[in-house]
Structure formats: structure tokens, C-alpha cells
Design a protein around this ligand. Structure first.
Ligand SMILES: Cc1cc2nc3c(=O)[nH]c(=O)nc-3n(C[C@H](O)[C@H](O)[C@H](O)COP(=O)(O)OP(=O)(O)OC[C@H]3O[C@@H](n4cnc5c(N)ncnc54)[C@H](O)[C@@H]3O)c2cc1C
Length: 540
């Protein structure tokens, strides 16, 4: 088994030199280094060692309450004692107000140590941001310190049996009653809907306040506390926790809200807009979960392949180490490039989000990063298993757990199919294509001329197509290639600052050769999908 070790230098290089985090107001490189190193030490010592046993132990559902694996309860206690819940929260609420870019670095480290724990705990900053943007002063004063203290965790409760990708199907009702609101209905798949890490939970619930036909315009966002101010439990029950492929240490709850007292957050009917504040960053966090899996899998694969001996290789006497074989090197290189490219792409998006100068570019890069990095995580973990051969399929090296855990990232926070559809429709067309134009400008400013030309031609074809949805997947793949082309040029230009410049330059040269071919391939698939005759069905 390979010990979990954080790639602190790789992360800092990517943030500072590739994403240009120094442009952020008040950026402090040495403080960032200190925070990231300190969190890495915490994750390595307190979180990662508990993750394997927690995966085996899983969550239990006893007497209507959820019990988390004991190792994660201990790890969370240490997380609170060291003050980590307050990291991203405003100073006025007792927080340290680090920017999103630094928080993103922490997300990758945390998810690499335990995706399950990070996923349950990691909803707090999004809830805090939503409170800051849409909450009244009284709501902020009441809830932010509670979240900063680590005594409360937060959930994001959207999904229902009839409302998954399409939230217009939400039936949970928000009712105006004397002196406030109540929420009534069923939510499913709610991560951390109950847990015993914290005594209290703040649920952010999307519920219908308009009539049944009001679609997403009739949705409002509510704060629903698990307990009232006197410590009494509110009428919120967990019906069951789901059995699932991975994330065994993260409880996925079916929840019933039975006229639970609630506070409206933001305006009546403004629920979706408020929820998007939480979701946009959450999507980049999910992207970073993908990066965390890719980075960990490529590291395990490289370490294993450097020592295991099988077969003969040209120029080597005796049995060769695995990484002397071209096919094994191919897999290790690809897995590592997926981690480095994905990390750089999501860091670029995070820094742009913090800068808030080009919101259209952030709108565009968010779904592209979510898609690119989650698919990268799954692919890299799969490659990791292949490099280890039979041992990869066994539990011992824990890449099999990584495959089980990573798989969800392509499904939650909007399925990758829905993100591809959004890109191909709304983001190409809305506001005269402002988001797409911002992306084209980004490609141009990075000197990714060939990628830009191919992408612009594809953009025109998609705009002219009567049914762009048929080619949405291929167009997303092509867009990911274009984004990575730009990002790898940045990586190459800044390679001198990387922890291992030679290795980075070698991978960058490889990407320079591979990405144009992939762009052409995906452009061809897109064209086939667009011109597919009736009866053939969508392709690619
Ligand atoms: C482990 C886990 C944790 C989760 N945590 C949370 C949570 O904390 N809070 C929460 O609210 N939800 C949570 N979810 C729910 C998750 O966000 C949904 O599963 C996801 O949004 C997809 O919805 P669905 O499962 O109903 O799939 P569907 O919407 O039924 O989609 C099924 C398939 O059809 C495709 N599809 C659907 N509609 C379209 C369309 N219009 N065009 C093209 N393709 C389409 C999708 O891309 C997908 O491939 C979680 C789920 C899991 C499994």
C-alpha cells in the first residue's frame, strides 16, 4: 500500500504560476504555502489513515439516526479543534476568509485523503456564501458563526424522486404560515442529511412556493434547522440511507420534512438563483475531487511501476521494472497529465471566479472544468488499476476504492450529460454568446491558435444546427481539448517553476502532439453526430 502524501508543491505551482493567483487582491504567497502545508499535514496524519477502515465500515442507520464510521468522527473532531471549518468564512463570523483559490487547494487535499468526509463537510462554504449573498443581516449573524464553529454542518437538499436533473419537478412545498414558513415533502440522495459528526445540521432546501405549474420560477430556498434554538429536534426524519457503489462512508439520505419550521433565504421565487451560488463553487469542488483521484492514482501507479519487475525491456539486463515498458509508461504519463491538466484548468476557473472580472468566462469554464476533471479522475483511476494489474483490482492498493468513489463525480452536481447540454445550448446562445466569446478570447490570449480555429468552426456549426443536443457530448469533449490546449501552454511557459521542470516539459510536449489530434477527432465526431440521419440515432 502507498501512503497518502499530498502534492503540496504541485498544487502551489499550479495556483501561483499557472492560474496566476498572485493577481488576487491581498494574495499572500507565503501565508498560502503555510495554510496548504498545515492542512496537508493534518490530512496525512488525521484523515487519510481513517479512510480505508471507514470505507469497509460504512455508515449505519440505527433507530432513525445515521452513525458515521468512528475514524471519520475522530478526524472531524480534529478538523474542528484545529479551526478548519472557519477557513473560508468571513472574519466577522469568526472565519479566516481565505479566497476560493486557496480553498480549492484544500479541497483537493481533503478529497484525496477522504472523498467521503470531504464531501459531507465540504458543503459548509457554499452554504456560507449563499447566506452572505442572499441572507438578511439577522440570518448572517445567526448562522455564519454556527457554521464557522464546526458545530453545524450544512446540506444541499434539491433532489426528489421526481426531480433529478430537472428541478422543475420539485414538489416539496414551502408554506407561508403565521410568523414564518414551513417545509413539507420528500428529498432523496441528500449527502449528510443526517450524521453524528455534529450535533446540529442546517439544511438548505429548495421547495415550491409557487403553484404546481410554476416550474423553476416557483422555487424558493429555505434554511431548515435540524433543531430549534432550545435544542429540540424539528420534524425532519431520515427514512433510509442508500446502499451504493462507493462513498460508503458518506451517508446518502432519504429525508422527510413534515411541516418543518423554515426561514426563507433570499426572495420568494428566487430559489434557483440562490442555489446556483452554492452550486457553482460546488461544481469546481467536484472537479477537484476528480483531480484528487487522478493525482492519487497516478502517484500509486508510478510508485508501483518503479519497483515491480516483469518481463524484459530493451537496454535492461535481467527482469525489467514495469515502467520500463512503453505501454506502462503510456498509462502513467496519461494519468499524470490528466491530474496536472485538470488541476490547472480548475485553478484557472477558481482564480477567475475570485477575481470576478470576467463572469462570462467563469460561467463557461465551470461546467467545462466539472466535466473535464471528473472524467479525468475516473479515467486516471482506471489507468491506475491497469498499471497495477491484478493488484489494482484487489483492495490492497486502494485504487479499486478510488474507482468506486470517483464514479459519482460524473453524476452529482449536475450529470456530465446535462453540463454538455448546457454548454451546447445556453452557453453558446444566451446574451449573444457572451460566455462562448469570453472562452474564445481566453484561447486567443493563451496563444492556442489552432485550438481556437477548430473550436470556433465547431461553435459556428453548433449554432447553425437545428438540433445541437445531438452533438452536445462531442462538442463538450472538443471544448475540453481546447481548454486543455490553452492550459498546457501556460503549464509549459511556466515549467521552470514546477517541482520537476523536466518531467512537466516532457508531458507538455506530449500534450502538444496529442491535443490537436484529439481536437480533430472530436470535431469529426461532432460533425457525424450533427449530420446523423433519422433512424441512426445520436453518435459519439
Ligand atoms: C452519492 C450521491 C450523493 C448525492 N448528493 C446529493 C445532495 O447532497 N443533494 C442533492 O440534492 N442531490 C444529491 N444527489 C443527487 C444527484 O445530484 C442526482 O442523482 C443527479 O442530479 C442526477 O439526477 P437523477 O439521479 O435523478 O438522474 P436523471 O435526472 O434521471 O438522469 C439520468 C440520466 O439521464 C440523463 N438526462 C436527464 N435529463 C436529460 C436531458 N434533459 N437531456 C439529456 N440527458 C438527460 C442524465 O444526464 C443521466 O445520464 C446525490 C446523488 C448521489 C448518488
Amino acid at each position: 500500500m502507498t501512503q497518502f502524501a499530498t502534492l503540496v508543491e504541485d498544487i502551489l505551482f499550479s495556483l501561483e504560476y499557472v492560474a496566476g493567483a498572485h493577481r488576487l487582491p491581498g494574495w499572500d504567497a507565503s501565508l498560502t504555502r503555510e495554510v496548504v502545508q498545515q492542512f496537508a499535514r493534518f490530512a496525512e496524519a488525521e484523515v487519510a489513515p481513517a479512510d480505508e477502515a471507514s470505507d469497509r465500515e460504512g455508515c449505519r442507520f440505527e433507530d432513525g439516526r445515521v452513525r458515521m464510521p468512528v475514524g471519520l468522527v475522530r478526524a472531524y473532531r480534529a478538523y474542528v479543534e484545529q479551526g478548519w471549518p472557519a477557513l473560508e468564512l468571513p472574519e466577522a463570523a469568526g472565519g479566516q476568509a481565505v479566497c476560493g483559490a486557496v480553498a480549492g487547494a484544500i479541497t483537493e487535499i481533503f478529497a484525496g485523503a477522504s472523498h467521503s468526509l470531504q464531501q459531507v463537510v465540504g458543503l459548509v462554504p457554499g452554504a456560507a456564501r449563499t447566506l452572505l449573498r442572499f441572507g438578511s443581516e439577522a440570518q448572517q449573524a445567526k448562522w455564519l458563526p454556527r457554521l464557522a464553529s464546526g458545530e453545524w454542518l450544512a446540506t444541499m437538499a434539491l433532489t426528489e424522486p421526481g426531480a433529478g436533473s430537472d428541478l422543475s419537478g420539485i414538489r416539496t412545498k414551502g408554506r407561508h404560515v403565521d410568523g414564518g414558513w414551513t417545509v413539507e415533502g420528500e428529498k432523496i440522495f441528500i449527502s449528510g442529511g443526517d450524521q453524528d459528526l455534529t450535533p446540529r445540521i442546517l439544511h438548505l432546501v429548495l421547495a415550491r412556493t409557487g403553484n404546481a405549474a410554476s416550474g423553476v420560477k416557483g422555487l424558493s430556498l429555505f434554511l431548515v434547522a435540524s433543531h430549534d434554538d432550545d435544542g429540540n429536534r424539528q420534524p425532519i426524519t431520515v427514512g433510509r440511507i442508500e446502499e451504493k457503489l462507493g462513498l460508503h462512508a458518506s451517508p446518502t439520505c432519504q429525508m422527510l420534512f413534515d411541516h418543518a419550521p423554515a426561514e426563507l433565504l433570499g426572495t420568494d421565487g428566487g430559489g434557483l438563483a440562490a442555489m446556483f451560488t452554492m452550486m457553482n463553487r460546488a461544481r469546481l469542488d467536484v472537479a477537484l475531487q476528480g483531480v484528487a483521484h487522478a493525482a492519487r492514482a497516478s502517484r500509486i501507479a508510478a510508485a508501483y511501476a518503479a519497483t515491480r519487475r516483469q518481463g524484459r525491456a530493451p537496454g535492461q539486463a535481467g527482469a525489467a521494472v514495469l515502467d520500463a515498458h512503453a505501454d506502462v509508461r503510456r498509462m502513467i504519463d496519461e494519468a499524470e497529465a490528466l491530474a496536472i491538466g485538470g488541476r490547472a484548468l480548475s485553478h484557472v476557473a477558481l482564480v477567475e471566479m475570485d477575481l470576478d472580472e470576467r463572469p462570462e468566462l467563469v460561467d463557461f469554464l465551470t461546467p467545462v472544468s466539472k466535466f473535464a476533471c471528473t472524467e479525468a479522475g475516473i479515467r486516471a483511476v482506471n489507468l491506475g488499476i491497469q498499471v497495477l494489474g491484478g493488484y489494482g483490482y484487489l483492495r490492497e492498493y486502494r485504487v479499486e476504492q478510488a474507482l468506486r468513489d470517483a464514479r459519482i463525480t460524473a453524476i452529482y452536481e449536475g450529470t456530465n450529460g446535462i453540463h454538455a447540454l448546457t454548454l451546447a445550448t445556453r452557453l453558446l446562445r444566451n446574451a449573444d454568446g457572451a460566455a462562448a466569446t469570453a472562452f474564445a478570447a481566453f484561447l486567443a490570449s493563451e496563444g492556442a491558435g489552432e485550438a481556437l480555429a477548430t473550436w470556433q468552426a465547431a461553435r459556428e456549426r453548433m449554432l447553425a444546427a437545428p438540433d445541437a443536443a445531438k452533438a452536445a457530448h462531442a462538442f463538450m469533449l472538443l471544448t475540453v481539448d481546447a481548454a486543455l490546449s490553452a492550459v498546457w501552454l501556460r503549464l509549459e511557459r511556466n515549467a521552470a517553476h514546477a517541482p520537476d521542470p523536466e518531467r512537466l516539459l516532457r508531458l507538455a510536449r506530449l500534450q502538444r502532439a496529442v491535443l490537436p489530434a484529439r481536437l480533430r477527432y472530436h470535431a469529426d465526431l461532432m460533425a457525424i453526430a450533427l449530420t446523423a440521419r433519422a433512424g441512426m440515432g445520436p453518435v459519439a
